[in-house]
Design a protein around this ligand. Structure first.
Ligand code: 5GP
Ligand code: ZN
Length: 117
C-alpha cells in the first residue's frame, strides 16, 4: 500500500512534517513547500499510486473522483473557489512530475494564464 522510499508516503506516515489543509480516510491535502500561487495545495491519496499512468479503472475510479471533489472542497474552504482555481496532475518527468505519488495540485489566489508551459 505505501512505499518506504516515497516522500509523500512519508508525509502520510507523519515522518516528514507538512502543513495539512484537509484529511479524511482516503486522502490528505497539504500546502506545497514551493508554492506557485498564493494558495497551492497538493491532494494525495493515502494509497501509493505512482502516477495517473499507473491508476486503473477497475481499482481507482472512485478514489480519483474523491481526490477531485476533495480538491473543490479545499478550494472552497481556503477561499479561492469564487475567483477560480486550477487543478493539475503532472504525469511523467517530461510533463513536470517530480514526486512519483499521484497528486492533484490546487492553485489559486491569482490569475492563471493558459496554455501552461
Ligand atoms: P510535481 O512536480 O511532481 O507535479 O509536484 C511535486 C510538488 O511537490 C512540487 O510542487 C514541490 O514543490 C512539492 N514538494 C516537494 N517536496 C515537498 C515536501 O517535502 N513538502 C511539501 N509540502 N511539498 C513538497
Ligand atoms: Zn507514496
Amino acid at each position: 500500500m505505501s512505499n518506504s522510499d516515497c516522500l509523500f508516503c512519508k508525509i502520510i506516515a507523519g515522518q516528514i512534517p507538512a502543513k495539512i489543509a484537509y484529511q479524511d480516510d482516503k486522502c490528505l491535502a497539504f500546502h506545497d513547500i514551493n508554492p506557485q500561487a498564493p494558495t497551492h495545495v497538493l491532494v494525495i491519496p493515502r494509497e501509493h499510486i505512482a502516477s495517473l499512468k499507473e491508476a486503473s479503472a477497475s481499482l481507482h475510479n472512485e478514489l480519483l473522483g474523491h481526490l477531485l471533489t476533495s480538491a473543490a472542497k479545499i478550494a472552497s474552504d481556503l477561499g479561492i473557489a469564487e475567483d477560480g482555481f486550477r487543478t493539475v496532475i503532472n504525469t511523467g518527468a517530461k510533463a513536470g512530475q517530480s514526486v512519483f505519488h499521484i497528486h492533484v495540485h490546487v492553485l489559486g489566489g491569482r490569475g492563471l494564464a493558459w496554455p501552461p508551459g
